[in-house]
Design a protein around this ligand. Structure first.
Ligand SMILES: NC(=O)c1ccc[n+]([C@@H]2O[C@H](COP(=O)([O-])OP(=O)(O)OC[C@H]3O[C@@H](n4cnc5c(N)ncnc54)[C@H](O)[C@@H]3O)[C@@H](O)[C@H]2O)c1
Length: 257
């Protein structure tokens, strides 16, 4: 038995992260790079070049490819291009996501397709593209899906389609974990509680709602993007070689009540 303090290191690994311009995705990119991985980012925001620069300052290779994850063809091409330039991927983090605050009775087909297109279709086809490459190269790999507490609980916040998309990704995670175990591809997800990012910024303009939601976390507060990083490193590294099909909540106790 060999146990050492390099259990969490990712040196020599190539990670691909979707949606790394800001918030949770940016923190994940910087965390992966800090632990030694090169990081390719597939996303839609030109601001992602800032994340790329920060990764390079950590001494790792990086690149940004303009990819709308809802577009299956763009995802396929982006993943192939990332592989051509950086190698890998050894690790895929499906982080790109969109939220909504539309009451269920007002949801349109357009909204339905937009949210499921990014959160569910994007996650599935990015996983398929990375999974195909991992299977072909025969060295296993890690897929980490960013889900949400809203994947297992409901809310009164007008987020029904978002709830549906994240619930689907939690069970998609289990299905892929079972199918690809034979290829040594471990598939897990992380379910954050409320995290202070642009996605949740409107909540801070409504003090009563903010306080209500803070109290729903046992720790009594929202989390910060960097508080998701530890779980990602755990699931991306040798620290989790016997973990697959799991959804790890990083939610300040929101789902512990
Ligand atoms: N903030 C929270 O409270 C919270 C809680 C639980 C889960 N999450 C999830 O965490 C992930 C990141 O959320 P965040 O809070 O950092 O949000 P954010 O809005 O700050 O960032 C979302 C990122 O996804 C990218 N993106 C959006 N649509 C895309 C598309 N079609 N193609 C490619 N990239 C796209 C954006 O450019 C951005 O980089 C999402 O999946 C979200 O659902 C967030």
């Amino acid at each position: 038995m060999e146990i050492n303090d390099r259990l969490f290191r990712l040196d020599g690994k190539v990670a691909v992260v979707t949606g790394g311009s800001r918030g949770i995705g940016k923190a994940i990119c910087l965390g992966l790079a800090a632990f030694g991985a090169d990081v390719g980012i597939l996303g839609i925001s030109p601001e992602t070049t800032e994340t790329v620069r920060a990764i390079e300052e950590l001494g790792r290779r990086s690149l940004f490819l303009k990819v709308d994850v809802a577009d299956v063809e763009q995802v396929k091409q982006g993943m192939a291009e990332a592989e051509r330039i950086l190698g890998g991927p050894d690790i895929l983090v499906n982080n790109a996501g969109v939220g909504v605050t539309d009451p269920a009775e007002d949801v349109t087909m357009d909204l339905w397709h937009r949210v499921l297109g990014v959160n569910l279709r994007g996650t599935f086809f990015a996983s398929q593209a990375a999974g195909r490459s991992m299977i072909r190269r025969g060295r296993g790999g890690r897929i980490i899906n960013i889900t949400s507490i809203f994947g297992i609980v409901g809310s009164e916040l007008g987020a029904s389609v978002y709830h549906a998309s994240k619930g689907a990704v939690i069970n998609l995670t289990r299905a892929l974990a079972c199918e690809w175990a034979k290829h040594r591809i471990l598939v897990n997800s992380i379910g954050p509680g409320f995290i202070v990012t642009d996605m949740t910024a409107p909540i801070h303009e409504q003090p009563k709602l903010e306080e209500l939601l803070e109290r729903r976390h046992a720790l009594g507060r929202f989390g910060r993007p960097e508080e998701i990083v530890g779980a990602v490193i755990f699931l991306a590294s040798d620290a989790s070689t016997f973990v697959t099909g799991e959804n790890l909540f990083v939610d300040g106790g929101y789902t512990a009540w």
